[in-house]
Design a protein around this ligand. Structure first.
Ligand SMILES: CC(C)(COP(=O)(O)OP(=O)(O)OC[C@H]1O[C@@H](n2cnc3c(N)ncnc32)[C@H](O)[C@@H]1OP(=O)(O)O)[C@@H](O)C(=O)NCCC(=O)NCCS
Length: 152
């Protein structure tokens, strides 16, 4: 895995009981991409719905990961397309956070229309005492539709 690509450490997840993981999979929209030949999981991504009365127009995109050998192949695009199709019918805004030095992921999200709206400095701290900043990004379907209307 890429320890510097995520704010969460493997130690945060390793003790999570399987029932909690199952509940998360029921609650969220999580998808996997599988290799056609050997059915191995090669990529994942998920959406967590915000269920507060005033925040349910938003979803959080999380856990985007594609195996190194499959990067640049379109697998990440296929996952993102499926997530965005799902979100577009349900919410107005999709947010995400990405480690600010993860330039590949930043570029990938920008290509899908996400825009940076801030940076959380020192969002995470590694074992070696190094801090990670995180860029906050959002994709706004409503603005996107409005822009399309205005250009007609
Ligand atoms: C993030 C991730 C899912 C994207 O999938 P991918 O298959 O690598 O993405 P793509 O190759 O389709 O797109 C990457 C883009 O970054 C560009 N890129 C590659 N290396 C780059 C770099 N060092 N700096 C800037 N841009 C870079 C590519 O050219 C491409 O842009 P383009 O489509 O305009 O040419 C994948 O890289 C991954 O799993 N990374 C490790 C885990 C991770 O960082 N997850 C995100 C956590 S928020």
């Amino acid at each position: 895995m890429e320890p510097r690509a995520f704010r969460f450490a493997p130690e945060d997840e390793v003790h999570v009981p399987s029932e909690s993981v199952a509940a998360r999979l029921q609650r969220d929209f999580v998808i996997g991409a599988f290799n056609e030949e050997d059915s191995q999981l090669i990529g994942v991504g998920g959406l967590a719905w915000s269920d507060g009365v005033k925040t349910r127009h938003k979803a959080l995109l999380y856990g985007m990961y594609v195996k190194a050998a499959e990067r640049g192949s379109g697998v990440a695009d296929a996952i993102m397309k499926r997530l965005i199709d799902e979100a577009r019918g349900s919410v107005e805004i999709v947010t995400l956070t990405v480690v600010s030095t993860n330039f590949r992921a930043l570029r990938f999200y920008e290509r899908w229309g996400f825009r940076a709206y801030g940076v959380e400095e020192r969002s995470a701290k590694n074992d070696d005492g190094d801090y990670l900043d995180e860029t906050l990004m959002a994709l706004r379907f409503v603005d996107e539709n409005r822009r399309q209307d205005e250009s007609r």
